[in-house]
Design a protein. Sequence first.
Lengths: 115, 113
Amino acid sequence: AQKITQTQPGMFVQEKEAVTLDCTYDTSDPSYGLFWYKQPSSGEMIFLIYQGSYDQQNATEGRYSLNFQKARKSANLVISASQLGDSAMYFCAMRDEGAGTALIFGKGTTLSVSS
Amino acid sequence: DGGITQSPKYLFRKEGQNVTLSCEQNLNHDAMYWYRQDPGQGLRLIYYSQIVNDFQKGDIAEGYSVSREKKESFPLTVTSAQKNPTAFYLCASRSSGYYNEQFFGPGTRLTVL
């Protein structure tokens, strides 16, 4: 069965510093997609970045990059130059091809950015 | 602007009552999903629909029902059979672009009194 594991319940970082949020996954499918979403205190889920299993390069979107290590089954999110507005909960997710491409989520990591 | 709307934002229910959560999208997406989020937890799949007039149970469908009569609408009914319905409910639809990412509505927070 597919599974996402996020082992950091909370992370603390100062403004302008970089931070890495960990995500490991488990799947037997050779083709899969990994996502990161941000959930501010308002509750909405905001899509940040995507990594496909066959993508040759690590994904990047502005200040977000994904450290994808396929052999280790890890897909860590790196946020560079943290801002106060980055304080939120962050979820790693995997596409479940057996359930209409629904998403399987980890339990999330709460990121707190201080000035 | 295209997006997903959910209503109401907050909902209070007495035990034994059925309540319906609304989800509407104008993104022209075929696939739609309902997730439940409990405090400090990730999202879990309740139901999904890949096309009008068709839907499938997710991991935690017991005590819930859905319909998909229109492409734009995917309402979720929380029935009295759901033993612990207090949670945050999120509706999503899936893009058909390269990423196939899901777009989420703002959510409905349901509290059972």
